[in-house]
Design a protein around this ligand. Structure first.
Ligand SMILES: [Zn+2]
Ligand SMILES: [Zn+2]
Length: 223
């Protein structure tokens, strides 16, 4: 297992501007610089998630083309947390019709997953086959949302086959939203791992990854 971002990079953060974070993009970037992060990804939820949860549009997503970091040297990527929608592996991977080259493949309880949760493994496998060239990594594959239905092994195998990393999600660990058996499988069998906060608040941006890295050290996953 290789950790892709062991240092000062966090690739899963939510903003207030485009989904359910508590802070604006500028607040996040400014604070990321203060705590020594060098590269971050703002990865707001996809349109299917926003629609089903009744998030109102605050501004136009196109405005990110005009955004520049005026605060510090932190490199900022705009990604999208995409959702698997059904067993066919349809995926919502846009915000206001605009997509990204940095896609986190995720799933959340119905909605946005539209079908019987028993089909979630099939949904993941089909989504990975169909969109493997576009998926940057699988976000929180070990969350408790689908722990009664998900068969993580074939998903790990398929990710390894296509060199798609999986995420160790630190906020889910802290909030007891992690299936520890699946996490153990992912950490021991998956070739590439991202360690990300999934921060929705500045305190999560500050602390979550550190707690996650300590967990990995204590459990022998870090040399
Ligand atoms: Zn969220
Ligand atoms: Zn997230």
């Amino acid at each position: 297992m290789e950790i892709i971002n062991p240092g000062t990079e966090d690739y899963h953060i939510h903003s207030l501007n485009f989904s359910d974070g508590l802070n604006t993009i500028d607040e996040i970037v400014k604070y990321a610089g203060e705590i020594g992060l060098t590269k971050i990804a703002i990865t707001d939820h996809c349109q299917a998630y926003l629609d089903k949860r009744d998030f109102h549009r605050k501004t136009y997503y196109n405005i990110i083309n005009r955004w520049e970091n005026i605060h510090n040297e932190v490199e900022v990527v705009f990604g999208i947390e995409a959702d698997v929608l059904n067993a066919k592996g349809d995926v919502s991977m846009d915000i206001q019709g605009k997509s990204s080259e940095f896609i986190l493949l995720s799933s959340h309880p119905s909605p946005p997953y539209e079908e019987d949760p028993k089909s979630i493994t099939e949904g993941y496998l089909n989504a990975i086959e169909r969109y493997r060239d576009r998926i940057t990594f699988l976000a929180h594959p070990c969350s408790v949302y689908y722990q009664d239905y998900i068969d993580i092994k074939p998903i790990i195998e398929l990710c390894n086959k296509y060199d798609i990393p999986m995420e160790f999600n630190c906020v889910n660990l802290i909030n007891n939203k992690t299936n520890m058996k699946n996490l153990e499988l992912v950490l021991s069998e998956c070739h590439y791992i991202y360690v990300n906060s999934d921060a929705h608040t500045l305190n999560e941006l500050k602390n979550a990854r550190n707690i996650g890295m300590t967990f990995l050290k204590e459990h022998g996953y870090l040399k």
